[in-house]
Design a protein around this ligand. Structure first.
Ligand code: DO4
Ligand code: MG
Length: 294
């Protein structure tokens, strides 16, 4: 099932609602059934405490929940979780390795990491730097070559995988290309990361290594870039990435791990203010953001 965070319903005291779209495609406001289910994190806590799956708890509450309009969900969805930390993996697809080799004066660093067992993992964003659907993603004002990076996001609750989301690891290619040690500046700044529109549980996603992912960038109502691929192209696995992230590293309660970009626009492309970026992943949904210079 797919879980959304929305502003609270008309007759509710809570300011936010946890809304589920079930397997039949109907939407229910779980917070209207139980005020203790105000967020996906609270639902994950309840699942932990009762040793049940997240979907089982939601199914139990659906009979008492108000129905919500599907159009309302698409238009008003907020970040489905507010992750304490967003981490990201790099160079997990051959296309990303080729892009880094082309942009970097130190290509061997990227060849090494692509071929190594230990993945590249970096801290991508904190809550204040992470935006949700229809919010603006940021491009650094001191960068001339910027791209969205569409990525499958793994959602972890207390270190365990509880679902998947869509992520955008917005990046400066020229800052990273100048020197790999500038990676934190190329990756971490205001509005550098977007997640949403929902968390889709493992039961719904089925196989995270077999999902079609597509990226569309619109400029002045025309398509400036369009591409599509599959997560089956990933050179590592979600399990390996999570295993390395957890090593000697106590994770915060809610964390999103982005799994690396599988689509790279041509070298002539750079994101501009006003561009609309849409990322679709099968069984999860579409994450749409406009672009602003920060
Ligand atoms: O090594 C730099 C970052 C790579 C990255 O973000 C990606 O492959 O998605
Ligand atoms: Mg990336």
């Amino acid at each position: 099932m797919r879980y959304y965070r929305l502003p609270g319903g008309e007759h509710q005291s809570s300011s936010e609602s946890l809304v589920v779209i079930d397997d039949e495609g109907d939407a229910y406001d779980l917070t209207s059934a139980s005020e203790d289910l105000g967020s996906f994190t609270e639902l994950a806590r309840a699942a932990n405490a009762s040793n049940q799956s997240i979907d089982a708890i939601a199914r139990d509450r659906i009979p008492e929940a108000d129905q919500r309009d599907l159009d309302d969900i698409e238009a008003n969805a907020l970040r489905p979780v507010v992750p304490d930390e967003v981490w990201a993996a790099g160079v997990t697809y051959s296309i990303s390795e080729k892009a880094r080799k082309a942009e970097s004066g130190k290509p061997e660093v990227y060849i090494d990491v692509y071929e190594s067992e230990r993945p590249e993992l970096f801290l991508k964003a904190t809550p204040s730097r992470t935006v949700g659907p229809y919010d603006s993603i940021g491009v650094r004002g001191d960068s001339d070559w910027d791209v969205p990076e569409p990525e499958l996001g793994i959602v972890l609750h207390r270190g365990e995988v509880v679902g998947y989301t869509v992520g955008n690891d917005v990046s400066s290619r020229d800052i990273e290309g100048e020197n790999p040690l500038y990676l934190p500046q190329a990756k971490v700044y205001d509005r550098c990361c977007s997640v949403g529109p929902c968390v889709s549980t493992s039961e719904t996603v089925e196989d995270p290594h077999d999902l079609t992912m597509s990226l569309t960038i619109e400029r002045d109502e025309e398509i400036a870039y369009e591409g599509s691929t599959s997560t089956s192209e990933m050179a590592t696995s979600c399990e390996t990435l999570v295993e390395y992230l957890r090593r000697h590293n106590t994770l915060p309660e809610t964390l999103v791990l982005l799994t690396g970009t599988a689509l790279v626009p041509p070298e002539t492309f750079t994101l501009e203010e006003g561009d609309r970026v849409s990322i679709d992943i099968d069984n999860i949904g579409r994450l749409v953001n406009d672009t602003v210079i920060v």
